[in-house]
Structures are given as structure tokens and as C-alpha cells.
Design a protein. Structure first.
Length: 434
């Protein structure tokens, strides 16, 4: 049993005296909650401070973050063994300033499972799940459909009566409510919009509060940029892909993977061959095979890509970083400094390094290296001498850039064990994102 599971047992034992209702809970016990699932609880606002105190007193917590909003507190917990948990404490049902359920009524109508857990009643559980996805313009996942389909006829009848009387929908079966664009869904939306709490001055206050929180989030909860560098065969793409998958599946983060540069401008060869053909030719050709030896041609080529970095970095910032995405680069500007031949450019390394001054500095830069023999067993693209030279130059650059108290921004790892490298990189990523 990992530390996440121990914490959940401790937490719900401590929660026995408090009023709460588990939401979207379709499991017989907490031991059945999947490792990549979060926990949603409706609690009374007056109890929230004490409940967060229970969380803070939990054992084996390596890192904890409370993200407080006017209607909820979102909690992220990273445990010492690497397990992870998110608990969302809601005290008001609010979707972008629109109220859609009465929290007090839900708390007054709960079911207590054999395990002692307090869950929302069947009717309110169905209503919450339906509204949650409907108001987010998303389809109700199949696991919830299957869950409610497994109810007895009497239980489903209770939900049916609750929904038809609450929203005035004329349905034959509960499944009629799952469609996003049916007349039933439109009627439910209209009924919510016409609630007194969503009209007049109260509506204006709710929307203003929502806009203020969006602005605060944009300022204080921005995403981060992480880059992966290394010679071909060092394993950077493999580690990046695994980190990307873990961030999305376990830590439920939004990510985007970029290759080398922002790519606001297309590959130069696409001007001649078209985008699809140019990308195909790039994949087919080995790196560092360009024949360019002209300083003028190199300068023009570099300025084209440098323009992409200068303007593209703002595009990436506003499109992804401000919206909380984790941006992962497979190669970055460092390639121009150390291995410009890869881009068919022959210019002074000092000049290339000067250009980095005007580039946004990522929160984490990972350089992976390995012995030439290991790399050549993975890929035969570079000879031993070139591998040694490039590795040495990259390490010297990262050492230089990490001076001045910024060591944590430039991480150099000997990628002998993929598992050890992955866990070290993941730890650094999570420390930056929660």
C-alpha cells in the first residue's frame, strides 16, 4: 500500500465528524479509487479551514499546494514515495460564475456506504455528474453511464422523478439526458440560466468574481517550459515522451510538445517542397549532413529561425504558458549554439550564444548524455569523436549557464538507467508545477 492510500484512510477517518459528500464517486471503498483519479468532496464552507488542517497534518507529504478559489479549494499532494493525489473541496456549485446546484440541499441528502464514506444521494450524484459535463460541453463518460445503468429499477425511478420534476424534461429513460445537443439538454441549460441566483445583480456579481479569479490564475498559475537536449541517441526523446505521458495521466496536467523551436514559421524547405514533403525529407536525412559553407547563407538561415524564436516565444507564452500548460521542447535554442551544423548553419558560436540573451529562459533545461559506446548502440548517426566533442561542449555550456545561482534551471544527467533518469526528471518537473 503506497502513501497515497495510507493518507486516504487517515483522511476519511478524521472526516467522520464533518458534513461532506463525495461527488462522482462510483467505487465501493476508497481502496478502489484508481491511482490516477482525484477525489471530489462537497463540504460546508465553515468547516473548510479545519478540513484543510487535517490535510496538512497528514504524514509522508513531500509537497503540498492549496489553490483557493471563491467556490472551492483545489489541493495537490505529492508524497515521499512519489505517489500523488488531488482533492477538490467544493463548497459552492459554480461554473464560470453560473450557479447550478444548491450545496446545502446536497449535503442534507447523503448516503452512507458500508465503509462509512458519505456520498451524494443517487439523485444528486446523477444530477451533478450530468450538469458537470453538460456545462463543460463534454459527453458524460461511459464509466458513469455504466454505473447508473447498474442501479435497481427503484433507484433509477427515484433519479427519473428527481430530474423530471426539477427540470420539466419529458423523457422516456435517463439515457435521453446524455445527449449534449438534445432538446432536453437545452431545456436544462435554460432552467439553470433562469435561476434567481443567475439573474440580475447577482448574476453580475458572480460573473465579476469569476473574471477576477481568471485574471488571478493567469498571473499566479502560469505554466512552465521544460527543454530536453542531447546528442542523437542520448535518449532525450524517449524520456520526454514518458514525462509527457506521466504529466497528463497521473498529474492531470495539460501539456504540449514542440520540436526544436516554436514553429510559428515553417521549415525553410517547405517554401520549396511544401510542409508535408519538407517534414518527410527532414525525417529521412541524417543530421549534420548539410553542405552549406557560406557565411551569408548561414546568417540568413539563422535569422529566419531566430525570428521564429523571438516572435514565436510570445505566441507560445500567450497560447500555452498563460493558460497553465507545461510546454516540453524536444531540443531547444542550445542546438544553435553547440551544434549549428545540424541546421546547416556555419556561424560563430559566440554570436549564437549572444542570441540566447533575448530568448525566454525555460524553468528547466535537461541535458542527457551517455558514453559514446552506449549512444552508438542506440543510433549509428554520429561517430565517437563527434559524440565526445558535442557532449563536452553541451556540458560546458550548461555549466556556464547554471552559474549565478541558477543551477536548478540546468540539469545534466548521465542517462545510463532510463528508469533513474525518468524519476529524477519527473521529480524536478513536479517540484516546478505544484
Amino acid at each position: 500500500m503506497n502513501q497515497r492510500r495510507y493518507f486516504l484512510e487517515y483522511f476519511f477517518k478524521e472526516m467522520k465528524p464533518y458534513r461532506y459528500a463525495l461527488l462522482k464517486f462510483v467505487h465501493p471503498s476508497i481502496n478502489e479509487i484508481p491511482e490516477n483519479s482525484d477525489v471530489d468532496l462537497l463540504v460546508s464552507k465553515i468547516d473548510l479551514g479545519k478540513i484543510l488542517g487535517i490535510v496538512e497534518r497528514g504524514k509522508n507529504i513531500d509537497r503540498i499546494q492549496f489553490h483557493k478559489k471563491s467556490f472551492a479549494t483545489f489541493t495537490c499532494l505529492l508524497f515521499e514515495d512519489g505517489s500523488y493525489l488531488e482533492i477538490d473541496f467544493l463548497h459552492r456549485f459554480d461554473r464560470k460564475g453560473m450557479m447550478y446546484l444548491d450545496a446545502k440541499m446536497v449535503l442534507d441528502d447523503i448516503n452512507i456506504l458500508d465503509s462509512g464514506l458519505k456520498v451524494a444521494s443517487h439523485a444528486y450524484s446523477f444530477e451533478y455528474i450530468l450538469l458537470f459535463y453538460l456545462l463543460n460541453d463534454a459527453v458524460v463518460p461511459q464509466k458513469y453511464r455504466d454505473y447508473f445503468s447498474s442501479f435497481s429499477t427503484e433507484e433509477r425511478l427515484g433519479i427519473f422523478i428527481h430530474m423530471t420534476s426539477s427540470y420539466g424534461v419529458n423523457i422516456n429513460v435517463l439515457e435521453d439526458l446524455y445527449s449534449l445537443h438534445s432538446r432536453h439538454s437545452k431545456k436544462i441549460r435554460l432552467r439553470i440560466e433562469n435561476l434567481s441566483v443567475n439573474r440580475g445583480i447577482r448574476f453580475a456579481i458572480n460573473k465579476w468574481r469569476y473574471l477576477v479569479e481568471v485574471l488571478k490564475d493567469a498571473i499566479s498559475h502560469r505554466g512552465i517550459v521544460i527543454t530536453f537536449s542531447g546528442v542523437d541517441g542520448a535518449g532525450k526523446s524517449t524520456i520526454l515522451d514518458e514525462v509527457n505521458e506521466m504529466l497528463k495521466s497521473k498529474f492531470r496536467q495539460r501539456t504540449v510538445v514542440l520540436r526544436h523551436r516554436p514553429s510559428l514559421l515553417p521549415i525553410l524547405s517547405s517554401i520549396r517542397h511544401g510542409k508535408a514533403k519538407a517534414e518527410e525529407k527532414t525525417r529521412e536525412h541524417l543530421p549534420r549532413q548539410g553542405k552549406n559553407s557560406s557565411a551569408l547563407s548561414s546568417f540568413l538561415r539563422f535569422m529566419y529561425y531566430y525570428t521564429d524564436y523571438i516572435f514565436g516565444q510570445f505566441y507560445i507564452y500567450f497560447k500555452y504558458t498563460l493558460r497553465g500548460y507545461t510546454v516540453l521542447y524536444d531540443r531547444y535554442y542550445f542546438d544553435f549554439i553547440i551544434d549549428s551544423k545540424r541546421s546547416n548553419i556555419v556561424l560563430s558560436r559566440k554570436f549564437m550564444k549572444w542570441g540566447y540573451y533575448f530568448i525566454f529562459k525555460p524553468e528547466l533545461n535537461v541535458f542527457l548524455y551517455a558514453d559514446p559506446e552506449v549512444i552508438r548502440n542506440r543510433k549509428q548517426e554520429l561517430d565517437t569523436v563527434t559524440i565526445k566533442e558535442l557532449t563536452s561542449d553541451y556540458r560546458n555550456l550548461f555549466t556556464e549557464l547554471s552559474s549565478g545561482g541558477k543551477q536548478k534551471n540546468y540539469l545534466m544527467l548521465n542517462n545510463v538507467s532510463k528508469e533513474e533518469t525518468f524519476h529524477r526528471v519527473m521529480k524536478e518537473c513536479i517540484y516546478l508545477t505544484i
